[in-house]
Design a binder for this molecule. Structure first.
Ligand code: DUC
Ligand code: ZN
Length: 456
């Protein structure tokens, strides 16, 4: 099966060029000017922008959080991803404390196999540390799971600092990379109990009990441990200026630090928690919380300057009904936002079209860098001969509006309701085949991707 995408603007992380792209079987067969069509089906892409399929390195599908399960499972979440141009997600396998990594992985395989519309991989969560788990790290790498996750907050998942340090040393030896959720758990717990004792139980207390300095403190704390262990680390969902300063200080010391942020930290501010309608405010509860407008500017600036390496979604969706469990107590609201479907159009609209970043920058943080960091470059993340035929055909002239009524995410709201987009996704190709056409999902045949070590 051959398809010739004729005359689009092909984007890479380093620039753009007008070219034809020939897809043959699962791969990109050729990129160049005036390619002969032969027996290929020709698709006119004049006026369209061609990105490599977007990679979302941070999703939570089918995850149990605080007694409930995310609204999106692998089937619905990955369809929504694909509809939004994301041809690969890396989700978090999360063993329960006491389980082996293999047991956790097996559960995540069962949740995802045969049900995932886009390609996918797993990070492995380390929430326990012992000799057995230490030995299992090599097995994970052998099975294509080369990235890991640790939490500095959430009692169900955080591990003691000494164990975290040992895990860092072990990952260094094995060649794995770890992303860390950085928030100072001890002080957060104190602020939460102070707020509860004072009867301040509404979502307005959420950002006040998880303030930016407590994220930055944890970032600095982790980076000093990583300095001692002499190992690179990823700061996942970085939200604020103070945390960026910690990263800059570590980089000045010569440390390798990778930074991820998310659309909600770039586009929303903490006034969402002051909505007098309790449930409206509850929709935005996530951790770390949404920050101040000044933090948004700092993040855009850092994105432009290549200080931020990836933009992922931390998609962790709950319906309004699920969020209602916390209607009298903000600490019981399941934390997380939907977003996997809208990252590409949001970044194009508020980044590229607004003049904050270039299309090449967008490609760097959505495609090339995640592909390198998560070990699937150059199979993914670039439109080049030999790479997978994962292509987003973006039509910059066909604007749209984001609404919950028109989304595949399995939730009854979107944090971006009513936002106008500059352009929209016309088609998505997954491994050479048309998978989405103007919002209609046609193909659901995602594959588990065996990943190699970090190449960024
Ligand atoms: N933050 C959330 O809000 N939800 C899921 C996990 C996380 O880190
Ligand atoms: Zn997360």
């Amino acid at each position: 099966m051959k398809t010739l995408l004729r005359g689009g603007i092909v984007i890479s992380a380093h620039g753009e060029t007008k070219a034809d792209v020939l897809l043959e079987n699962e791969r990109v067969a050729a990129v160049g000017e005036d390619l002969p069509a032969g027996d290929a089906q020709v698709v006119d892409c004049a006026g369209k922008i061609l990105f490599p399929g977007f990679i979302d390195g941070h999703t939570h599908f089918d995850l149990e959080v605080g007694g409930t399960i995310t609204a999106d499972d692998f089937a619905t979440g990955s369809r929504a991803a694909l509809r939004g141009g994301t041809t690969m997600v890396v989700d978090f396998a999360a063993p329960d404390k006491g389980e082996t990594l293999a047991e956790g992985l097996e559960r995540w395989r069962k949740k995802s196999e045969g049900r995932t519309a886009c390609d996918y991989g797993f990070h492995m969560t380390i929430d326990d540390w012992n000799e057995g788990i230490s030995r299992e790290i090599d097995d994970m790498l052998d099975q294509g799971i080369t990235s890991f996750k640790m939490y500095m907050t959430y009692p169900a998942m955080m591990i003691p600092e000494g164990d975290m340090y040992h895990a860092l040393l072990r990952l260094k030896e094995a060649g794995g990379i770890v992303g860390v959720h950085c928030e100072n758990d001890g002080v957060i717990r104190t602020l939460v109990s102070d707020a509860k004792a004072a009867g301040r139980l509404s979502p307005a207390s959420h950002p006040r009990t998880r303030p930016a300095p407590l994220e930055a403190e944890a970032v600095g704390h982790l980076l000093r441990m990583a300095q001692l262990a002499d190992v690179p680390v990823i700061i996942v969902h970085l939200t604020c200026r103070e945390s960026l300063e910690e990263v800059r200080a570590a980089r000045r010391r010569g440390q390798r630090v990778y930074v991820e942020t998310c659309p909600h930290y770039l586009l929303l501010d903490d006034s969402v928690y002051d909505n007098p309608d309790y449930m409206e405010a509850a929709k935005f509860v996530c951790a770390p919380p949404i920050r101040k407008r000044a933090d948004q500017s700092a993040l855009w600036e850092a994105l432009k300057n290549s200080e931020i390496d990836t933009v992922a979604t931390d998609h962790c969706s709950f319906t309004t009904a699920q969020k209602r469990v916390g209607q009298y107590d903000f600490t019981k609201i399941p934390g997380g936002l939907p977003g996997v479907e809208h990252r590409g159009t949001l970044l194009y609209t508020y980044g590229v079209a607004a003049g904050r970043i270039t299309a090449a920058d967008m490609c760097r943080v959505l495609c090339e860098n995640p592909a390198k960091l998560y070990g699937c470059w150059p199979r993914k993340g670039v439109i080049a001969p030999g790479s997978d035929g994962d292509i987003v055909v973006y039509d910059p002239s066909a604007g749209g509006v984001i609404t919950a009524a028109d989304q595949a995410q399995n939730v009854d709201y979107t944090p971006y309701e009513g936002r106008k987009t500059v352009g929209s996704i016309a088609q998505v190709y997954l491994r050479g085949r048309l998978a989405v056409d103007h919002g209609r999902v046609l193909e659901t045949r995602g594959q588990f991707i065996h990943r190699e070590k970090n190449q960024l």
